[in-house]
Ligand binder design. Sequence first.
Ligand code: 13P
Length: 253
Amino acid sequence: MRKQIAAANWKMNLTISQAEKLVNDLLATAHEVKENQQVLLAVPFPYLSQVEKLLAGKNGVAVAAQNCSNKLSGAYTGEVSVEMLSSLNINYVIIGHSERREYFNESNQLLAEKINMALQNNITPVFCCGEALEIRESEKQNEFVGKQLNESLYHLTPDQLKKVVIAYEPIWAIGTGKTASSEQAQEMHAFIRSELSNKYGVETANEISILYGGSVKGANAKEIFSQPDVDGGLVGGASLNAGEFNTIINSLK
Ligand code: 13P
């Protein structure tokens, strides 16, 4: 059965002392994470080890990286490889966030390479996709997201694909306070699952967790997560507040 996932994406926020406080506050108020659920904290690279230490022994909560290199090692100043992540026991990495696509020119082809790198090192990629406002307004969102999936994921075997988590994050809903309605989210998630099903069969498609991201907060998480094809959320701003993020975790199916 696919996992229901609440993933925090801290982005480039918090000092180490603020980060430690947030994790401690989260742990102090957190409920049990159920067997079918997973909580992820995607923290800035320098904090990976420290946050992992703070979470030690906490079932169902794992640390994730926000990015990785498409190269294995070598003269790539400033990059972080999947081997480095593995050596820190990091098992999840966000790949293809729209901010990386936009500000760092990450293409679907480059992201396919990063996906391969992660999977070859037994790291679960959380692959982000989603359209900008102009594309939504011209009703081309399915075509656009379909192309992102096609160019970054469809070279994978079914067994490899089953290890990928997908996050649908419409760019117009990121950090804007404007969430997709639960109907819009369900419609896109059902489309993504049907595309996966066409390519890999229904059994494989049903095993993939598809998260929604874009202005998820305590007040709207339950409604969005209740949709049949929404398997949790990838959360930016609201994940920086322990109380909000705990409400989001408690809204998982
Ligand atoms: P917000 O939750 O701040 O809209 O950010 C969403 C996001 O980009 C998570 O990756």
